[in-house]
Write a protein of this length. Structure first.
Length: 396
């Protein structure tokens, strides 16, 4: 037997965290890491945030799980807060991002079905998109590394180049349900959509009776300095998938929709055993309490600007390695001239700095939203130390 007990689908590295505190992770032998990956944009409040820890502990002792067959005072309360803070009128809770995307796809299809147009089932999605790993979510991307060997995939998706409005509009036909798009692509290479692109998609939806479905699993929930990234664009979606930061590390996701867009989602059309259980709602409420504290999003924006100017000042010193910075708030990408995965490993193994690689040789910088200036200074020191001694491989 050579297969590992943990199914070997991840290239797991030598970092083996056993404890976290604020912006730091600690390994088995006590080694310390500055965590500017935050579980891939999940640990919005860092590690061990007292309010989140306390809320989970208290709720676990009170009531952990009941079926969705019963009334949910916890779910009603948290959903109402999300409704009050966003474009949405209704929320379905899930346990992950991919499930939030699944619910978004189903809601979009059901909308046209309810309108008597069941043939309008195709969502236009975009090159390099990442929507999760379920069969529905991998069908919604055309990245071969996620799709190969899993065919037949779900029909009902068409693919256009990201940020190319004309190409997206050219795909609209009598089967189109709408667009499914990340306002800022994360995994695909930290690429923000342009204003014209996102606003153009919204306009096309209004003109053709289509739905704008946003995947804000990574870029949402305060990450950009706005509660949701679409606020940066002055555009509202009809349906939106949310996860990652919403639970601060507790597995939680949500599909938000307007009343009109959710008109097909009636009793019996969707469900989840765990989705929205009292424990997850307590985690969600605790995270939202912190994010909605006065000044919190302004803090994210200020830290984002500082992080960005730090990176911009660093690029000329290492212009053999780095090309440009892109992103918003505390979702920044540093584009490299060589393999970003190798550089991320170097930072991790030799400088105690955790980052995340993305497509297009980009380094994703996704710190907890609670960082202060001292963490950015420490990050800058570690990153420039790492860059100073780094030699890209000849074949990078
Ligand atoms: C992480 C991610 C997902 C999938 O979330 P899971 O919780 O891993 O299922 C979907 N969309 C985007 C944009 C993501 O970054």
């Amino acid at each position: 037997m050579t297969i590992t007990a943990l199914m070997p689908v991840y290239p797991r590295c030598g970092v083996r965290p056993v404890r976290g505190e604020g912006v730091y992770l600690y390994g088995e032998d006590g080694e310390q890491y500055l965590d500017f990956a935050a579980g891939i944009a999940v640990n919005a409040l860092g590690h061990g945030h007292p309010k989140l820890v306390e809320a989970i502990a208290r709720q676990a002792a009170t009531l952990m799980h009941v079926s969705n067959l019963y009334g949910s005072p916890q779910g009603e309360h948290f959903a109402q807060r999300l409704v009050d803070s966003t474009f949405a009128d209704t929320v379905f809770f899930t346990n992950s991002g991919a499930e939030a995307v699944e619910c978004a796809i189903k809601t979009a299809r059901r909308y046209h079905f309810a309108n008597g147009n069941p043939q309008r089932h195709t969502l236009i999605t975009f090159n390099n998109a990442f929507h999760g790993r379920t069969l529905g979510a991998i069908s919604a991307t055309n990245q071969p590394k996620m799709r190969d060997g899993f065919e037949p995939l779900l029909p009902g998706f068409a693919y256009a180049p990201f940020d190319d409005l004309e190409a997206a509009l050219a795909l609209i036909d009598e089967n189109t349900a709408g667009f499914l798009v990340e306002p800022i692509q994360g995994e695909g290479g930290l690429r923000p959509a342009s204003m014209e692109f996102l606003q153009g998609l919204r306009k096309a939806c209004n003109e053709h009776g289509l739905l704008l479905v946003l995947d804000e699993v990574q870029c949402g929930y305060g990450r950009t300095g706005k509660f949701f990234a679409h606020e940066l664009y002055g555009v509202t979606p009809d349906i939106m998938a949310v996860a990652k930061g919403i639970g601060g590390g507790f597995p939680l996701g949500a599909c938000l929709a307007t009343e009109e867009a959710a008109k097909g989602m009636v009793i019996g059309t969707h469900g989840s055993t765990y989705g929205g259980n009292p424990l997850s709602m307590a985690a969600g409420e605790a995270v939202l309490d912190v994010i909605q504290e006065p000044g919190f999003l302004e803090h994210v924006e200020a830290m984002g600007q500082r992080l960005r100017s730090t990176l911009e000042q660093m690029i000329p010193n290492f212009d053999h390695l780095f090309e440009e910075v892109r992103g918003h708030g505390l979702m920044q990408g540093l584009k490299m001239k060589s393999d970003s995965r190798r550089f991320v490993a170097h930072c991790r193994d030799n400088h105690g700095l955790l980052l995340v690689a993305a497509g297009e040789n980009v380094i994703r910088i996704l710190p907890p939203l609670v960082i202060d200036e001292s963490h950015i200074t420490e990050f800058a020191t570690k990153l420039s130390d790492a860059a100073r001694v780094y030699v890209p491989a000849a074949d990078d």
